[in-house]
Design a protein around this ligand. Structure first.
Ligand code: TGC
Ligand code: FAD
Length: 404
């Protein structure tokens, strides 16, 4: 088929034909509820994300209406108990939700995973009963959007060095400092912010839009996650009511524990992006002809597809087992690091190989490949860079931290 014919076919199909690979029959390991959740999210992505995502990304547009829709489909806080508006689901379901959304786009998954793992999780885990009742149901149903402020301009991989701070002023706290690279920030109604008190101890504070001195400038010029909004959080003598402090845990371990949950979701999500690239490459290899044959009949193309499927299958098994450990409360930070690090790298490599299979078409928005590839360049850096996860594993193996 010529490239013009392929474009015409793709346009005429006007639908997302994605089929997920399941080479090792991992579906047999899933419960009915998992399959139902997955199929509901897959339908949602095909209907609400696939038809528009290319335009949103090309135009650097965050579709704010998606927030309410995510709430309706249960994408926010799936593991939070139902009494607080969450889904009351297990971690395999959570992983599958992240997989399906990131199959559509990593930026869309960012919106959902930040809301669930980095905003709802700390409020649920470390918040007061009043905070839970006030914020969780509205975050779960998409009436409210949240963001998570840990990274600072001078403290990314080393958040323990943060300088954002608050002082006890008797009837309120006075917050000063700035956070950078914050997903959802420009649209967020609330921010879970990590800051040091006068003794240098890290605490979480809920900062609400409208508080005087609090602003959220947008970060412009991204070539990655273009359909997700990213910004700064600036605190200029912000008066934060005392009841907005998360009392349940202090120290760097508090934000890092939230990252465990988000990194777990990314391990599943990245594999979703990989599956989409593989699915598109397989389809293209069978349709596109060169030298009188489908390019899928050439050994070098088959090698690429075979290696993609191998890595996806290994990643699926890692995710499934890690999900079981999460359900049992036994998953360690290092186990989560292994899955996040491996699966994001696998996804990036698959995106690059799939781009090659699509030839010149691979750089266009007719196919999802280049968008996934560019998105994954953020995913490999945020929630702990590729090398930081290697060091977390290195410390687990040797007992020796090599961060400094
Ligand atoms: P270290 O001395 O190792 O640990 C400090 C304290 O924290 C405890 N801890 C944990 N607790 C719970 N869960 C974890 N995963 C934990 N990891 C460590 C630790 O036991 C200790 O407790 P205590 O009681 O002894 O004080 O800390 P360190 O300063 O040496 O740093 C270690 C390092 C480098 C691994 C850590 O800082 C790190 O993970 N850095 C990467 C930073 C990062 O991942 N940032 C992500 C920001 S959020 C984001 O990117 C969102 S993107 C969202 C999206 O759009 O999807
Ligand atoms: P740096 O820490 O400066 O790292 C630069 C390089 O140095 C990396 O290759 C790193 O691996 C390497 N390096 C650093 N330390 C070491 C070491 N000890 N040994 C070896 N190599 C090292 N943060 C939030 O808090 N909330 C968010 O919602 C959020 N969303 C994000 C969205 C996007 C699109 C992006 C790009 C980032 C987001 N982040 C967010 C920030 C993200 O977590 C950081 O970018 C990440 O932790 C890395 O920090 P940095 O960019 O400052 O890089």
């Amino acid at each position: 088929m010529s490239q013009e014919e392929l474009i015409a076919v793709r346009k005429s199909q006007k639908q997302d034909l994605f089929e997920s690979p399941d080479f090792y029959a991992i579906d047999d390991l899933l419960e009915e509820e998992h399959k139902l959740v997955r199929s509901s999210l897959r339908d949602f992505v095909k209907k609400e994300i696939s038809p528009s995502i290319e335009g949103w990304a090309q135009n650097n547009h965050f579709p704010s209406e998606i927030v309410k829709k995510f709430g309706e489909v249960g994408a926010f806080g799936p593991t939070v108990p139902e009494e607080y508006g969450g889904g009351g689901l297990d971690y395999i379901s959570y992983g599958l939700i992240m997989q399906e959304i990131e199959r559509g786009d990593s930026g869309m998954r960012s919106t959902a995973s930040v809301q669930g793992s980095l905003v709802m999780y700390p409020i649920y885990k470390y918040g007061t009963e009043e905070q839970k009742r006030k914020f969780l149901p509205a975050l779960a149903n998409g009436d409210m959007l949240g963001c998570f402020g840990l990274t600072e301009p001078d403290h990314g991989s080393n958040p323990g060095g943060m300088v954002t701070n608050f002082k006890d002023k008797g009837d309120h706290y006075l917050l000063n400092g700035a956070k950078m690279w914050i997903s959802n920030a420009p649209e967020a109604d609330i921010a879970v912010v990590w800051a040091k008190n006068e003794e240098g101890r890290i605490h979480g504070l809920i900062v609400e839009r409208g508080m005087e001195g609090f602003s959220t400038p947008t970060t412009h010029g991204k070539w990655s996650l273009r359909a997700s909004c990213t910004g700064e959080l600036v605190f200029d003598n912000v008066k934060v009511p005392k009841e907005n402090l998360l009392p349940g845990r202090s120290g760097l371990g508090a934000p890092l524990s939230c990252l465990d949950s988000a990194r777990y979701g990314i391990a599943w999500g990245a594999l979703g992006a990989a599956m989409d690239c593989y699915d598109s490459a397989k389809r293209y290899a069978l349709e596109r002809k060169q030298f009188g044959k489908p390019i899928g009949s050439f050994q070098l193309v088959q090698k690429k597809l075979a290696e993609m499927l191998t890595e996806i299958t290994k990643g699926q098994l890692v995710n499934w087992r890690l999900g079981k450990l999460m359900n049992e409360g036994k998953a360690t930070t290092a186990q989560i690091s292994l899955a996040k690090r491996n699966n994001v790298e696998v996804a990036l490599n698959i995106a690059r190989e799939a781009r090659q299979i699509h030839g010149g078409m691979g750089i266009t928005g007719e196919y999802p490949i280049m968008r996934h590839m560019a998105n994954l360049e953020s995913v490999v850096t945020y929630e702990g860079t590729h090398d930081i996860h290697l060091l977390i594993l290195g410390m687990d193996i040797t007992g020796i931290p090599a961060f400094e």
